[in-house]
Write a protein that binds this ligand. Structure first.
Ligand code: HEM
Length: 215
């Protein structure tokens, strides 16, 4: 199968990571835009969610594609992690390591695992929430719980760290690396993850602090 063949080469795995990572960032942009409507009013957010669910086929195809993208990202990531570990335990370690060693790059599997754990909790709480309760009410009730919101903020910090290295790595894989653009690239690798932290973390804080109590 072409996917298995692609997975067996290192550059194939890097390409899968980069392409699926890019698609996940695009998903996060649309998700952050949708969630930003929470700050307008519960009615605006609820009509956004209702509009989305008035196209069940599109939602179904989108959800399955997203699941597939997540799975490819995780499987390729695990392969790369174990391959790198094998290399780092071999006597060729010094000559074969080309990845920049920052806190974010060293902790990629762990921050990735925290985001995965978050996704299980998140989808269980929101996507599979009781259908007779409006989603705007579910968001308010779940994030109004201090510890639930705290866990969300912890996961968003992990997501920010994960993205800061992931975005940089994706650009390297795609060959987007030129001294003229390096300042812009550094700003984007920090700016985009912080933008997500601001929106998602802002929503969690809004309910956690009681600001959204009358939502
Ligand atoms: C406070 C921040 C967030 C809020 C309030 C929020 C809200 C929601 C809601 C309400 C849904 C259910 C949509 C529906 O079925 O009606 C949902 C689904 C989902 N969210 Fe979030 N979300 C947040 C952050 C995130 C983050 C950071 C990620 C990714 C790392 C994420 C990934 C997902 C995924 C994968 C789904 C399922 C999408 C699908 O089934 O197609 N969410 N979110």
């Amino acid at each position: 199968m072409w996917f298995v063949r692609l997975l067996s080469s290192s550059i194939g795995k890097k390409l899968i990571m980069a392409a699926t990572g890019l698609l996940l960032v695009l998903f996060l942009i649309t998700h952050a835009a949708g969630n930003a409507t929470i700050f307008m009013s519960s009615d605006v957010f609820q009509s956004y969610a209702d509009e989305l669910h008035s196209h069940p086929l599109i939602v179904l195809v989108f959800s399955f594609s997203l699941l597939l993208i997540f799975l490819c990202h995780i499987v390729a990531g695990l392969y790369l992690f174990f391959e790198n570990r094998k290399v780092s335990h071999s006597r060729y370690e010094v000559t074969t390591r080309v990845v920049k060693n920052s806190f974010a790059s060293e902790t990629m599997p762990y921050t990735g695992l925290i985001v995965l754990l978050f996704l299980f909790v998140h989808i269980f709480g929101f996507t599979f929430s009781p259908k007779d309760v409006q989603i705007s009410v579910t968001v308010k009730e779940l994030l109004g719980n201090f510890f639930y919101a705290l866990f969300y903020i912890f996961a968003f910090v992990a997501l920010t760290i994960h993205l800061s290295h992931g975005f940089w790595s994706m650009l390297q894989t795609f060959g987007i690396n030129h001294p003229r653009y390096n300042t812009l690239i550094s700003r984007l690798t920090l700016g985009i993850p912080l933008f997500f932290l601001l929106i998602f973390g802002g929503v969690a804080l809004y309910f956690m602090t009681g600001l959204g109590a009358h939502y």
